[in-house]
Design a protein around this ligand. Structure first.
Ligand SMILES: [Zn+2]
Length: 60
């Protein structure tokens, strides 16, 4: 399947979608503290198994 555009969006937004299958069901593998006071979350798509890493800003 050919993707028309690769419009990846910032992962800080709510409603993360899988870049491969477009589903929004993710399982969090682990959460880890990253540099700059951020949280790194490793997630895997429940549908196709695609792994994505998101960085979330911690309030405060
Ligand atoms: Zn997927």
């Amino acid at each position: 399947m050919v993707k028309p555009t690769d419009n990846r969006e910032p992962t800080s937004k709510r409603g993360l979608e899988c870049p491969d299958c477009g589903c929004m069901h993710f399982r969090v593998l682990y959460t880890r503290r990253a540099w700059g006071g951020r949280l790194l979350r490793r997630r895997t798509c429940r549908h196709c198994g695609r792994r994505v890493t998101t960085y979330e800003r911690v309030g405060g």
